[in-house]
Ligand binder design. Structure first.
Ligand SMILES: Nc1ncnc2c1ncn2[C@@H]1O[C@H](COP(=O)(O)OP(=O)(O)OP(=O)(O)O)[C@@H](O)[C@H]1O
Ligand SMILES: O=C(O)C[C@@H](O)[C@H](O)C(=O)CO
Length: 328
């Protein structure tokens, strides 16, 4: 089964949310307390997804806010170099900062992220800085859940979704739950369910759906999709780490995607690379089952490399892995 998109659009995907900086431990397989060197990359889940999509040959744009400093200029320059349209990347003039994500690579299985997100520019995007004409130029508006964590970014996000819906642009909601940005689980559940109910495609891990549903124990995929299909979504993707992922359609089909074996360096970056390749496959007319393979193959390449953004694979690398078919 395929998902249909509008065809006469300049952008395949416009990412919405944070474009930040990752500082990834250079000396890995040790705690961060013992790490003294970090390598700088552009990061932030929706920026990573835009970068991954662009590397796969899609035309990507971005809506977000960056600081008026060296870090902001680094982000803008990197996105432009990667072919992403930055005309709607707003520069903050009130001294706000870039979000920083320090990554700890304790072992290939144990990674954590220490985030600095006080007074970050991305959460200060104003609704007036979201423009209807820009959104109408895309096939997909990709929303990151973290953009809902705080006002005014929250209202800017809701405005963007309303404009996309008004213009029949597909809204993809990547739950992208980052606890440090939220005040409480109750609050997260309210905004996550509000937006998931409006989105056309929802993508998240089982844990993130549990947050959306405000569950204290692991929820049941069928119950999640039964709930979401009472509303707008036509496709719901639930990821289970190395156990792969499932895609559920409104018409009642279920597809399973498997993870591809690789030499894992670190676990983060999997979700963003998965999303960019999954969307690439859907928007280029591949069926859902094939799109799951693209997502899984792309993720397995990124977990074997040091960064999330710079490591995004090419179509040829993904297709080679799919052909080799070395899955868990
Ligand atoms: N260790 C691994 N080896 C190979 N593939 C993996 C591994 N972990 C995850 N993947 C692939 O990446 C996909 C997404 O992973 P996961 O469910 O962990 O998402 P995520 O939590 O959003 O990722 P992130 O850690 O980037 O936030 C999985 O469905 C799987 O295909
Ligand atoms: O999303 C972030 O802000 C951090 C990412 O850039 C980081 O690489 C990661 O966590 C990817 O999953």
């Amino acid at each position: 089964m395929n998902i249909s998109f509008q065809t006469d659009k300049e952008f395949d995907v416009i990412g919405f949310g944070r474009a930040c900086i990752d500082l990834n431990a250079v000396e890995y397989n040790r705690p961060m307390e013992e790490t003294i060197t970090f390598q700088k990359y552009v990061g932030g889940s929706p920026a990573n997804i835009a970068i991954g999509s662009s590397k796969l040959g899609l035309k990507a744009g971005f809506i977000g806010k960056i600081p008026d400093d060296q870090h902001g200029r680094f982000i803008e320059q990197y996105l432009s170099e990667k072919g992403i349209d930055t005309s709607n990347l707003v520069v903050d003039r009130e001294g706000r900062k870039t979000g920083l994500a320090f990554t700890e690579i304790l072992s290939p299985e144990e990674c954590s992220i220490l985030m600095y997100r006080e007074n970050v520019a991305d959460l200060y995007l104003e609704p007036t800085e979201v423009h209807e004409y820009y959104i109408t130029r895309a096939k997909i508006l990709l929303i990151s859940g973290t953009a809902l964590a705080q006002s005014p970014s929250r209202e800017a996000t809701l405005k963007a979704i309303n404009l996309a819906k008004k213009n029949n642009i597909k809204v993809v909601f990547e739950l992208d739950y980052r606890p440090y940005t939220w005040k409480s689980l109750e609050e997260t559940a309210v905004y996550y369910s509000l937006v998931a109910e409006k989105a056309d495609i929802v993508v998240g891990t089982r844990d993130e759906y549990d947050v959306m549903e405000n569950l204290s124990n692991e929820g049941d995929n069928q119950a999640t999709v039964d709930y979401l299909f009472q509303h707008e979504p036509e496709l719901v993707v639930i990821k289970h780490g190395v156990d792969g992922s499932y895609a559920y359609t409104r018409s009642g089909e279920t597809f399973r995607g498997r993870a591809y074996k690789t030499e894992v360096l670190k676990t983060f970056g999997a979700g963003d690379s998965y999303a960019s390749a999954f969307l690439y496959a859907l928007v280029t007319g591949k069926d859902i089952e094939t799109a799951l393979k693209y997502g899984g193959a792309s993720a397995s390449i990124v977990v074997s490399k040091h960064s999330s953004s710079e490591a995004m694979p090419t179509v040829a690398e993904i297709e080679k892995l799919i052909q080799d078919d070395n899955t868990y």
